[in-house]
Write a protein that binds this ligand. Structure first.
Ligand code: SAM
Length: 213
């Protein structure tokens, strides 16, 4: 998987999220044994520097399609990273996804807390709303929830815009095509939750910290 970074066709997935990595540095300065989730791994452009920064301490839990999670975990293992949890990959069924596998992981008691979550998956409300509702309950006090693509919309997406992608016009209504779903999720579930403080919104990445039990 990591060999795809920088290759033609993977340009938009090849740049790590600097804002997320900067916040991870802050979190690791406080505690170097964190439980970190990455939700949506792409080709591992951000996963690899996360693993490097964690330096085999704590646990890095990956949520994405299972073939991607397994291939990325194998690459990271080959680089010497043994703290990767690759148990929660999602199938390719229409309604499968990280929202449901995260729910299963928490319901079973296999995952009980997160100190730093980087959410960069499908960016649509039906995936990210339940994901955020779960993450915000298991986030440790002082922990961080980081969301990429605050401004993203289906309508403006170079690959999913209904002008290019007939499935978008079939599957989503006009309000859903126009909306910035990540922004909606954050404004509804985090900006209104007194346990959370929005620390910044930089380069389209929003950072929240849990400030109260
Ligand atoms: C934008 S990419 C992630 C990029 C990565 N975080 C990075 O910084 O390089 C989005 C990822 O979310 C995954 N994804 C989208 N919808 C999903 C779903 N329903 N279930 C599991 N993974 C999904 C995609 O397969 C893709 O790997």
């Amino acid at each position: 998987m990591l060999e795809k970074i920088g290759q033609p066709g993977f340009e938009t997935l090849s740049k790590p999220d600097d804002v997320a990595l900067k916040i991870l540095d802050l979190a690791l300065a406080e505690n170097d044994e964190l439980t970190v989730f990455e939700v949506g791994v792409g080709v591992g452009a951000t996963t690899k520097p996360i693993a490097e920064k964690m330096n085999n301490k704590g646990a890095l839990v990956l949520f994405s399609r299972s073939n991607d999670v397994e291939s990325l975990a194998a690459d990271l293992l080959a680089l010497g990273y043994t703290n990767i949890d690759a148990r929660w990959g999602s199938q390719n069924k229409t309604y499968s996804g990280y929202h449901f596998d995260l729910a299963l992981a928490v319901q079973s008691g296999a995952l009980t807390k997160v100190d730093f979550a980087y959410v960069d998956g499908g960016h649509v409300f039906h995936l990210d709303a339940p994901t955020t509702c779960i993450l915000k309950e298991i986030c440790s006090v002082g922990g961080y929830l980081v969301f990429d693509d605050w401004y993203w919309s289906l309508g403006a997406s170079p690959t999913l815009s209904p002008d290019i992608n007939a499935a978008t016009a079939r599957d989503y209504d006009s309000a859903q095509i126009e909306a910035s779903h990540v922004r909606m999720v954050c404004e509804i579930f985090l900006d209104r939750d007194k346990r959370y403080k929005r620390l910044m919104l930089e380069k389209g990445t929003a950072v929240y910290q849990r400030i109260a039990q």
